[in-house]
Design a binder for this molecule. Structure first.
Ligand SMILES: CC(=O)N[C@H]1[C@@H](OP(=O)(O)OP(=O)(O)OC[C@H]2O[C@@H](n3ccc(=O)[nH]c3=O)[C@H](O)[C@@H]2O)O[C@H](CO)[C@@H](O)[C@@H]1O
Ligand SMILES: C=C(OP(=O)(O)O)C(=O)O
Length: 419
C-alpha cells in the first residue's frame, strides 16, 4: 500500500491550480448514461474515484474513453443494469446508477456503496425518493434492486438535505411523468452542476442551489458537451495549506462564491485574503487567532474541510472548538494528529473537538479517509522532521496530481509504493 512522506517546510510560495470537482464529476459521469448519443465531459480530474467510475461505465456496456481530463461516454450500447460488487464498494458515487438507470432503463442494481468511513451513511432518503416516484425497492443484505414500470412525479420532502439523495432523486425525476418537487433539498454547488448538465441534455430542472427543486419530467435526454466546476474542497485545502505554513500562496481556478464560509473563518483568524476573477491569494504572514467552527450543509462550513481546518487550529493562539454536525464519526484524524503532538480533546457527546496551539512533530500516521489524509499532509508541513502517512491511496481519491502540485510550490513530498 502506498505511503506519502512529507518533510516539515518553512514556507511555500508560488501558485497552485485547482482541478475539476470530484463530487460533481462523479454524478455527471453517471448521468451521461441517461442520454442518447455521446457526451463529452471536460475538466474531469484524474482521480482514483474517476478511474473507478470509468470502469463501472465500461462494465455496463457503454463506450467510454478517458484521457487528458476529458471523459467521452456513449451509452447507446449499454446492456447491463448492475454495478459489479467490487467496483461499487470502491467509491460512494457508484450508487448514482440507481437514479440514472431508474430513469433511463426502469431498473438498476448495486451493492451498498463505499466511500469514506465517516459514519453509517444510510441511503434511506434516496430510497424514500425513488419509492415516492413509484419505484419498487428490494434489499437483500447489502444488495439493492430498484425497478419501476413507470415513474410519476411526486412531492418529496427530505428529512435532511442529503447531497447524494438530492442528486439521485433529480436524476430519477428528470424522466418521470409529470412534476416533481424536492423540498429541503441540498444546495451544494455540485447539485447545481449536475442540474445544469442535465438541463443542457434536455431536462427541465429549476431551483437547483435552493432548497426547493422543481423538475418537469421529459421523455428523452441527449448527450452533450459539458465542463465541470472547479473543486471547492481542493481549493479550500490549498488555502488552508497556505495559511498553516504562514505563506503567501495563489490558488488558481477557484469560484470564490463556493468557499465563502472558509474565507470568512480564515479572515477571522487574521489571514489576509485577496480575491480576483480566477482565484484567491492567501497571505498568512502574521499570527493566527483561535476560532470556533461548526460544519453544516452548504452554505455552511463544509464537513470535507473540517479535518484540514483542524490542523490550522493546532497552530492558532488560544482555544478553538470544532463541532462536526454532518457525519457522526468524522474525527478519526484526531488520534493521528495526537500522535504528532497535537493537543486536542474530543467530546463524544456533541461531536466537539477542543484544540489548543501546539508544535507538531513528524512521525508515522495513517490516513483513515480522504480528508483526514489531506489534513495529515498539512500537519506534516508544519511538523518538525518527517511524517509518513500510511494508506495514502485515500488521498488520491480526491486530490489530482497531488505530489507534483505540492512540489511545484516548494514542498518536499514523495510517494512510496503503488496502489
Ligand atoms: C461523493 C460525494 O458527493 N460525497 C459528498 C457527499 O456525500 P453524501 O452524499 O454521502 O452526503 P449526504 O449529504 O448524503 O450525507 C449527510 C448526512 O445525511 C445522512 N444521510 C444521507 C442520506 C440518507 O439517505 N440518509 C441519511 O441519513 C448521512 O448519514 C450524513 O450524516 O456530501 C457530503 C456532505 O457534504 C460530503 O462530505 C461528501 O464529500
Ligand atoms: C467524504 C468524501 O467523499 P465520499 O463521499 O466520496 O466518501 C469527501 O470527498 O470528503
Amino acid at each position: 500500500m502506498s505511503q506519502f512522506v512529507v518533510s516539515g517546510t518553512e514556507q511555500i510560495n508560488g501558485e497552485i491550480s485547482v482541478s475539476g470537482a470530484k463530487n460533481a464529476a462523479l454524478p455527471v459521469a453517471m448521468a451521461s448514461l441517461m442520454g442518447h448519443g455521446e457526451s463529452v465531459l471536460c475538466d474531469i480530474p484524474d482521480l482514483r474515484d474517476i478511474r473507478n467510475i470509468v470502469k463501472i461505465i465500461d462494465s455496463l456496456g457503454a463506450e467510454v474513453e478517458y484521457k487528458n481530463n476529458q471523459l467521452t461516454v456513449n451509452p447507446d450500447a449499454v446492456d447491463k443494469i448492475q454495478v459489479p460488487e467490487d467496483l461499487a464498494q470502491e467509491l460512494r458515487a457508484s450508487y448514482y446508477i440507481l437514479g440514472a438507470f431508474l430513469a433511463r432503463h426502469g431498473q438498476a442494481e448495486t451493492t451498498i456503496p463505499g466511500g469514506c468511513d465517516i459514519g453509517d451513511r444510510p441511503i434511506d432518503l434516496h430510497l424514500k425518493g425513488f419509492k415516492a416516484l413509484g419505484a419498487e425497492v428490494t434489499i437483500d443484505g447489502t444488495f439493492v434492486h430498484i425497478e419501476a414500470e413507470k415513474l410519476t412525479g411526486a412531492k418529496i420532502y427530505l428529512d435532511y438535505p442529503s447531497v447524494g439523495a438530492t442528486m439521485n432523486i433529480i436524476m430519477a425525476a428528470s424522466m418521470a411523468e409529470g412534476k416533481t418537487v424536492i423540498e429541503n433539498a441540498a444546495r451544494e454547488p455540485e447539485i447545481v452542476d449536475l442540474a445544469n448538465y442535465l438541463n443542457v441534455m434536455g431536462a427541465e430542472i429549476k431551483g437547483a442551489g435552493t432548497d426547493v427543486i422543481r423538475i418537469e419530467g421529459v421523455e428523452e435526454l441527449t448527450g452533450t458537451e459539458y465542463t465541470i466546476i472547479p473543486d471547492r474542497i481542493e481549493a479550500g485545502t490549498y488555502l488552508i495549506m497556505g495559511a498553516v505554513t504562514g505563506s503567501e500562496l495563489y490558488v488558481d481556478n477557484v469560484l470564490v462564491e463556493h468557499i465563502k464560509p472558509l474565507v470568512a473563518k480564515l479572515k477571522e483568524m487574521g489571514v489576509r485574503i485577496e480575491e480576483d476573477v480566477d482565484g484567491v491569494k492567501v497571505n498568512a504572514k502574521s499570527d493566527l487567532k483561535a476560532v470556533d467552527v461548526k460544519t453544516l450543509p452548504y452554505p455552511g462550513f463544509p464537513t470535507d474541510l473540517q479535518a484540514p481546518f483542524m490542523v490550522l487550529l493546532t497552530q492558532a493562539e488560544g482555544e478553538s472548538k470544532v463541532i462536526e454536525t454532518v457525519f457522526e464519526n468524522r474525527f478519526a484524524h484526531v488520534e493521528e494528529l495526537k500522535k504528532m503532538g497535537a493537543e486536542i480533546k474530543e467530546k463524544k457527546i456533541g461531536h466537539t473537538a477542543v484544540v489548543h496551539q501546539t508544535p507538531l512533530t513528524g512521525t508515522e500516521v495513517r490516513a483513515t479517509d480522504l480528508r483526514a489524509g489531506a489534513a495529515l499532509i498539512l500537519a506534516g508541513l508544519v511538523a518538525e522532521g518527517e511524517t509518513t502517512i500510511k494508506e495514502g491511496y485515500h488521498i488520491e481519491r480526491g486530490y489530482e496530481n497531488v505530489i507534483d502540485k505540492l512540489r511545484g510550490v516548494g514542498i518536499d513530498i514523495k510517494k512510496i509504493g503503488n496502489s
